[in-house]
Design a protein around this ligand. Structure first.
Ligand code: F6P
Length: 531
């Protein structure tokens, strides 16, 4: 599948700009966003070929199948309809003879009623108005809300939100320390309501709450699909916000899992966030492939990963409030497309999706950019940047941030030749062999690809667009690779073995059922516990 494209790779990126109109031709504008992929080695011919591949692989038909509720998550036999959660203005979406939007709208209204009651003080804790909210969840029940609440802090006019995810007691201990249990709401966010980390932390939080509140369950809400389990935990149905199994965990920020975001910024802004996602859905459904932002983001990703053979990609938001976006995208992309087999069970040709990593700029510049610029591996960089910050009094700092972001993509592409490096060292007074030696350390090969996504300002609507953009990118990459992007069987084995290890660690089962390394580790830990 990739052979024809591989033959088109290897262009000199700087040289491509000799073609008039390169920058605008390799860019897409959509509703306050600009996606510039001109600093990549994609040529006009290569773009045409990879768009043809997308069409041949059935991206358009699969896209419609997803939006219309077909069972495209084949291994779990489920539809994939997270897009329905943000379909505020959509026509009915029929599933098994019923319009799924009816329940979604009721669910949204229930969240809004609760959020308003809490934010206005009509729903209170034992000690009065709720000042703090602790969201306990993991994976998709944590990363999305945590990322979005931080991203939209300039819009917060509700309670402070805190997030606990890890089984490590340190996480919940440090989060609860300093909070007043009588004015704290605990959200137990777990689609299955069985995830061991979440349920363990939820129990710890309830014990903490019980020390100060007579009826601790009255300050708990559940975001879950399993009402029998939530009522067994003591949370009444009026404070359970459910969602259907056709919303995957890592795609669930748009519904009840987004409750902490709604509490933080209010229902109206939450709707603006949904509207941003919906706007991106419409663009994704309607724009031709080569002018379609999620499609081109995906095709550039595949170009780098599958055609050029770059094994990772860095997501580099020059936006401190998007500090948790790389972690969010790690789950979204790697849990979705980190699969070894295609839909029919045969090995994925060319390998699964890339390793995704990153940190906000400018911090990353002082950590790993050395490797990005001079290391022997090429890392395609995906820069993100707001034209305008939220701190008008500190506009000079924003200018500094912008200059740094643009400088990095320029430096990656242009590099610095040995001749320039020699001139530089000569200007510093170096001569002869020492000049040559010093100059070699200052060479940047250049020709390193990057894309830049610029948005006017990180508003609720823009954030919604950006998240939906990445969701659809993952979808398109998955379709072309032939992967089911909506299951996650790869997380199962570790969970099963962890259950098996608990009795080994507690000494109820002999460690000799385990491999030598695991036995050695268990013995060391048990010896320490016995001390
Ligand atoms: O890590 C596996 C996973 O199933 C994720 O897909 C999911 O987001 C996470 O666990 C949490 O699941 P739940 O919301 O059911 O607790």
């Amino acid at each position: 599948m990739w052979a024809e494209l591989k033959a088109l790779a290897g262009a000199d990126i700087t040289g491509l700009f000799e073609e008039k109109g390169r920058a605008s031709d390799f860019a897409i504008h959509f509703d306050g966003l600009l996606f510039d992929y001109s600093k990549t080695s994609l040529t006009t011919e290569a773009r045409q070929a990879i768009c043809n591949l997308a069409a041949e692989r059935g991206v358009e038909a699969r896209r419609e199948a997803m939006f219309s509720g077909a069972e495209i998550n084949e291994t779990e036999r489920r539809a994939v309809l997270h897009t329905a959660l943000r379909a505020l203005s959509s026509a009915p979406i029929m599933l098994e003879g019923e319009d799924v939007l009816t329940d979604i709208r009721l669910g949204l209204a229930k969240m809004e009623t609760f959020a308003e009651a809490l934010r206005t003080g009509h729903y209170q804790g034992a000690g009065g108005q709720i000042t703090d909210v602790v969201n306990i969840g993991i994976g998709g029940s944590h990363l999305g809300p945590e990322m979005a609440v931080k991203a939209l802090l300039p819009y917060r006019d509700g309670p402070r939100c805190h997030f606990v995810s890890n089984a490590d007691a340190a996480d919940i201990h440090d989060t609860l320390a300093g909070l007043d249990p009588t004015r704290t709401l605990v959200i137990v966010a777990s689609k299955s309501f069985t995830t061991v980390e979440t349920m363990t932390n939820a129990q710890t939080a309830r014990n903490w709450m019980a020390q100060a509140v007579d009826d601790p369950a009255s300050q708990f809400v559940a975001l879950a699909s399993a009402e029998d389990k939530t009522s067994a935990f003591g949370i009444p149905p009026e404070r359970v916000f459910g969602f259907e199994d056709w919303v995957g965990g890592r795609y669930s920020i748009w519904g009840p899992i987004g409750l902490s975001l709604m509490l933080s910024i209010g229902p109206e802004r939450f709707r603006a966030f949904l509207a941003g996602g919906e706007a991106m859905d419409l663009h994704f459904r309607e724009a031709p492939l080569a002018q379609n932002m999620p499609v081109m983001l995906a095709l550039v990703g595949l170009w780098h990963n599958q055609v050029c053979g770059y094994p990772t990609r860095a997501v580099l938001p020059y936006d401190q409030r998007l500090a948790r976006l790389p972690a969010y995208l790690q789950q979204l992309e790697m849990e979705s497309n980190g699969k070894g087999v295609t839909m029919d069970g045969t090995p994925v040709e060319g390998g699964s999706g890339p390793v995704v990593w990153g940190e906000p700029g400018t911090n990353g510049q002082h950590a790993f950019y050395q490797l990005i610029h001079q290391g022997t591996q090429v890392v395609p960089c995906e820069f993100m940047l707001a034209a305008e910050g939220h701190e008008p009094d500190l506009a000079h700092q924003h200018e500094l941030l912008v200059a740094n972001c643009l400088a990095q993509s320029e430096a990656l592409m242009l590099g610095r030749s040995i001749e320039t490096a020699r001139r530089l060292m000569a200007s510093k007074g170096f001569e002869g062999d020492e000049l040559e030696r010093q100059a070699r350390h200052r060479v940047f090969k250049g020709n390193r690809p990057s894309t830049t996504l610029v948005y006017d300002k990180l508003t609720p609507r823009r954030l919604g667009q950006i998240i939906a953009l990445y969701e659809h990118r993952v979808f398109v990459e998955g379709v072309i690779l032939g992967i089911n992007s909506f299951d996650q069987w790869g997380v199962e084995l570790g969970k099963v073995l962890a259950l098996e290890l608990e009795p080994v660690l507690s000494g109820q089962v002999d460690a000799d059922t385990k491999d030598g390394s695991t036995q050695q580790l268990v013995e060391f830990i048990r010896a320490h516990w016995e001390d």
